[in-house]
Design a protein around this ligand. Structure first.
Ligand code: BGP
Length: 526
């Protein structure tokens, strides 16, 4: 048996049969406890929650500008937080100066802080920075003939600044920000025409940034259309009265699959060495017990997660999704050209978000529930939950990595993982302020160790990691600023009050050290 990095024999007299990697205790001295060379460490954001600059520089309205904070709604009720009606949209349009109730309009004001923010990321040693392009900053209405040059210049500056520091931008083309005009005039992704509008947007940004951006993601959490159809697909339920809304959702989803394949084609034609990934919400369900009925239930819940990445990775709809369409009488119109595109242009890698795991059981009446990333599941008695009730499960990340890699045999990229916390600024003793966010540090340390083991013991190919979020931003589900994820604190409260000044948290220095040692410091106490 050999230790992979230097092929030095380890004479332990045993052939590990059931463990396919090198268990820790059998590793040779040369097996470095750090991440592979070239591993991309960084952090993630999205324009809809981070950028702000609402109405500035020629930007048009996007669906996120109509997302209202609802303090009266229970924090675990993600549906109520994300359900937007036509009446809500009218209300939002009638109040263009209201930043208090529409926090995504200000986000963290990256639009005015980008230089300072990228300098902070560089100070931590980032190799990659995930952000998204706000479609309505480039095509303010979505169906415009010409792009908005001022919007294009904004991202030119951002990408150039990243490159100056040696940071690779990882760019999401669509992260909960379809232009509002497409919703009101065309019903957005339900309408086939939106594929063409998106194509125009992608051709513009692909051509413009082909020498600046190497890593692209098409649709953030492509599966989320089923959970929050307005945010992801621009679908307003009350505009589809009399129609089967599940059919509407899957029709819109089909259009996104076709558009994603088309985007992959365009990006590769402009820059053959670029890499395009799908982006999946990696929900992880365990059977609540070993009762076969519970195991089957968990398997079904996992299929409901994988059906989207199966389509984007294999380029064809999985049989089980097609049978759902058939068995539920869902008539999804699929043109041959869509199916051919999907088959010809599957993604190059699989990216995903991972925050927590949950449990599933056949019979769950009366059992305790846990909230989570736009899902609820059964509470796992072995796990602790965050202040928002999300069950922390670092081993679940390793399980997810193994499952995804075994299923797809393509490189993986963790593009979201983190912990939302309530925090308080305290004096740092040097004339400024900081946050002692030990909970973030513990969360990350535990997850990073699992990533390391997935790479070395399980043979997973992992390109990199971007934490969610590297700098505090507005929460997607609850629209709160007080749900803080970052290594950098942004002085702004839930009502948008504050200076928007940035402060380095304790985790800032900790993550910097992780990056400079390429993870070796995670194992110093071992
Ligand atoms: C993911 C989204 C992100 C992000 C994250 C955390 O589903 O892709 O946009 O917000 O979840 O969720 P929240 O902001 O609701 O805490």
């Amino acid at each position: 048996m050999h230790c992979p990095p230097c092929l030095r024999a380890i004479d332990n007299g045993e052939i590990p049969f059931f463990n396919f990697g090198i268990p820790k205790e059998q590793r040779g001295e040369c097996m470095k406890k750090q991440f592979p060379e070239g591993f991309l460490w960084g952090g993630a954001t999205a324009a809809n929650q981070f950028e702000g600059g609402f109405g500035e520089g020629g930007k048009g309205w996007s669906v996120s500008d109509t997302a209202r904070i609802r303090p009266e709604v229970d924090l675990s009720d993600y549906r109520a937080h994300n359900d937007v009606t036509s009446r809500d949209i009218e209300e939002a349009l009638a109040h263009p100066l209201d930043f208090e109730h529409y926090p995504k309009r200000h986000g963290s004001d990256f639009y005015h802080h980008w230089k300072e923010d990228i300098a902070l990321l560089a100070e931590m040693g980032f190799g990659v920075f995930r952000l998204s392009i706000a479609w309505s900053r480039i095509y303010p209405n979505g169906d415009d003939e010409e792009p908005n040059e001022e919007g294009l210049k904004f991202y030119d500056q951002v990408f150039d600044e990243c490159r100056n520091y040696g940071i690779e931008p990882l760019v999401t083309l669509s992260h909960y920000e379809p232009p509002l005009h497409l919703v009101l005039k065309y019903d957005c992704w339900y309408n086939r025409k939106t594929i063409g509008f998106f194509e125009r947007f992608v051709r513009t940004v692909s051509n413009r940034y082909k020498d600046k951006v190497k890593y692209w993601l098409t649709f953030n959490e492509v599966d989320s259309m089923i959970r929050h159809p307005y945010t992801t697909g621009g679908l307003v339920r009350d505009r589809f009265e009399g129609k089967n809304f599940e059919e509407v959702i899957f029709q819109a989803m089909h259009h996104q699959f076709a558009a994603s394949a088309l985007a992959t084609k365009i990006l590769h034609e402009d820059n053959p060495s670029c890499m395009v990934g799908c982006m999946l919400t990696k929900l992880t369900f365990y059977p609540y017990t070993c009762k076969p009925e519970d195991v089957l239930e968990a398997q079904m819940r996992m299929r409901a997660v994988y059906c989207y990445s199966d389509t984007q990775v294999f380029g064809v709809y999985p049989a089980y999704l097609l049978s759902r369409f058939k068995n539920h009488g869902l008539n999804i119109v699929m043109e041959n050209e869509d199916l051919e595109l999907m088959k010809s242009w599957p993604v190059d890698f699989i990216s995903f978000s991972y925050y927590m795991s949950g449990c599933a059981a056949k019979e769950s009446r009366g059992m305790d529930l846990a909230s989570g990333n736009t899902v609820t599941s059964l509470k796992n008695p072995y796990l602790q939950a965050s202040e928002w009730g999300w069950q922390k499960d670092p081993i679940g990340l390793r399980i997810s990595l193994v499952d995804l890699y075994d299923r797809y045999r393509k490189p993986l990229f963790i593009v979201e993982n983190g912990l939302g916390e309530k925090e308080e600024l305290v004096p740092d003793g040097k004339g400024s302020y900081t946050v002692n966010d030990d909970a973030h540090i513990d969360y990350y340390r535990d997850h990073f160790r699992q990533m390391h083991d997935a790479i070395y013991e399980d043979g997973v190919e992992l390109l990199g990691y971007t934490s969610w979020a590297c700098i505090d931003l507005v929460s997607e589900s609850t629209k709160q600023m007080s749900k803080r994820y970052g290594f950098v604190y942004v002085d702004c409260d839930d009502l948008g009050r504050g200076s928007f000044m940035r402060y380095r948290k304790k985790s800032f220095y900790w993550y910097k050290h992780v990056i400079e040692t390429n993870g070796a410091c995670l194992f110093e106490s071992e």
